[in-house]
Design a protein around this ligand. Structure first.
Ligand SMILES: C[S@@+](CC[C@H](N)C(=O)[O-])C[C@H]1O[C@@H](n2cnc3c(N)ncnc32)[C@H](O)[C@@H]1O
Length: 259
């Protein structure tokens, strides 16, 4: 019998209340151990159905190839998203980060899981970096689907960005649903060598707008721990897991460094 997911790191605050917990394991097993309706915000950046092995600077990798094609991928992802829904508080919400490979199919599944009316936004992340093709328009964005557990009850404090029109010059406006935030380049100080690591600026917008102060933020495919580091830095509690030992090790060191 499997020993079950192992808690690898717990950050504790002065009052002895857990500020954060990091677990290694398949997120489906890990989620079965958690209390239903207890999480304020879930962000996940699962494998995208790229058909590739993802490799980083230090050969840390995860497999994103699906011999059975899209049916295989959705058969794997959908039960995990269903389990995430059950963990959200009535005021909670979930961001699922994908790209053109599978996002349209996942949108249909999420409409079924959450209800079409609980869909809030399709956020387009314009990341800038990457190559281009002579045969089609350069692919320069990812898509992040945002759903509420209960639309209307969900927590939201819109982020503000500098206004660009002449009329609003010098003022701010609510951030729209397309976010121009540079991806991490090879020289970025934040970079930890983990493939597909996302920038903290992207997660900061999500975490600070969609989780209350001291709220619980979870990332069940945490990779290098970007979501958890941002949650810790912005005074939210966090829960993270990843099935890769290397990812968990990188995340543990990143969180330890935050103190
Ligand atoms: C795209 S990466 C996440 C990157 C992360 N957002 C960051 O900023 O570093 C996806 C992660 O999902 C993990 N993963 C894949 N299948 C998993 C599963 N069943 N349970 C938990 N983690 C899984 C991989 O090990 C990988 O670290």
């Amino acid at each position: 019998m499997s020993p079950g997911p192992a808690i690898l790191f717990r950050m504790v605050r002065a009052s002895n209340i857990a500020k954060g917990t990091l677990v290694q394991g398949d997120c489906l097993d890990v989620m079965r151990t958690l209390e239903p309706a207890s999480i304020d915000l879930i962000y996940v950046d699962p494998p995208f159905f790229t058909g590739k092995e993802q490799r980083g600077r230090d050969a840390v990798s995860f497999n994103d190839s699906w011999p059975g094609g899209l049916r295989d991928y959705l058969g794997w992802l959908v039960p995990r998203i269903e389990a995430m829904r059950a963990l959200l508080k009535p005021s909670g919400s979930i961001y699922v980060h994908l790209d053109w490979h599978a996002v349209h199919y996942v949108k249909v599944e999420m409409d079924r899981i959450f209800g079409y009316n609980h869909f809030l936004n399709e956020i387009v992340w314009l990341y800038g970096l990457g190559g281009s093709s002579a045969r089609y328009w350069p692919r320069k964005h990812d898509t992040i689907l945002w759903y509420a557990r209960e639309r209307g009850q969900h927590f939201f404090e819109a982020a503000r960005v500098p206004a660009t029109s002449q009329r609003m010059k010098g003022r701010t406006k609510k951030a729209p649903d397309y976010w121009d935030i540079p991806a991490l380049n090879n020289m970025a100080r934040e970079r930890l060598g983990y493939p597909t690591q996302k920038p903290e600026a992207l997660l900061e917008r999500i975490v600070t707008s969609s989780a209350p102060d001291d709220g619980l933020v979870a990332d069940f495919f945490c990779g290098a721990g970007t979501t958890l580091a941002v949650a810790a830095r912005t005074n939210r509690r966090w829960f993270g897991c990843d099935e890769s030992a290397e990812a968990v090790e990188i995340t543990r060191n990143r969180l330890k460094a935050l103190g």
